[in-house]
Design a protein around this ligand. Sequence first.
Ligand code: ATP
Length: 310
Amino acid sequence: MSAEVSTVPVAVRVSAKINLFLGVGRRGEDGYHPLATVFEAIGLHDVVTATARTDDAITVTTSGEDADEVPDDWTNLAVRAADLLRCARRHPHLGVDLHIDKAIPVAGGMAGGSADAAGALLACSVVWGLDASAEELHDLATQLGSDVPFCLMGGVALGTGRGEHLVPVPTPATHTWVVATAHEGLSTPSVFGRFDDLGDVHEVCVPTPLIAALATSDAEDIADVMGNDLQPAAVSLRPDLADVLAQGQRAGAHAALVSGSGPTCVFLTPDESAAHRIAAQLVQLPQVRTTRIATGPVAGAQLLPNAVGS
Ligand code: ATP
């Protein structure tokens, strides 16, 4: 083990993302769909804690909501992130015990796995004393998945390419969201597969009206230009989502949208008291498992106080 490795665990808080806009183009020959998306990080958080080991093993344990649905092997994106970092630095002997305390819904279209990968990159960089730069972490994040770079960065950002080319989008306002989770997740590849089958594809364009609306603090202006090209595919796989979306709008939400590939639905609300009212109505629906109220934008991956290097 190298001398800089910390004996003190390092904890990083990561945030869920929603897509205020998700434009999806035709699948390319490389199998990927070009995207133009606007991400917002919201206040639903996982905490990834890294404790250095004296051998080269990488382990992961989980706690919190849905913890039993999170893989505890090398398919866990946080484990892959730790391994990628040590390999990139040519320190394959470094080992770590990762613990993930989950609050981001699993397979909910809120990038929970990607957020944990971002958290593991930052936590391992610190606990192993590697002091990776933001640029290095971004490059590694890109190799792990198209949502991982945004999960490092947080805030509001325009993502193009596969979502990994990020430009921050300034917005002065805080948005209050209701997040309605479903009883069962939806697999992202199956939603993209249905999107391909539906065949309603157009050129992806940067959503300039949304970027302009975000520069104001008017939630109704923002709501008017939000959108998700994957929503018809998600609703076609899970028709009962249509009712959840309609119910949220009837209850007073400015906008109702499937989050990413779903099945989580998100509702932009006028204020916190409206959010509580909308959440209370949505949770009555049989297809809604839980509702949460979260504000955004919030930061991306952040060292928690008392961590080494914070
Ligand atoms: P995205 O919006 O990025 O497509 P998602 O939010 O819909 O993803 P995740 O919560 O990331 O979905 O989980 C998708 C699958 O990834 C899960 O079913 C699980 O098997 C796997 N997975 C791997 N690592 C993790 C992790 N750390 N947390 C949650 N799921 C993980």
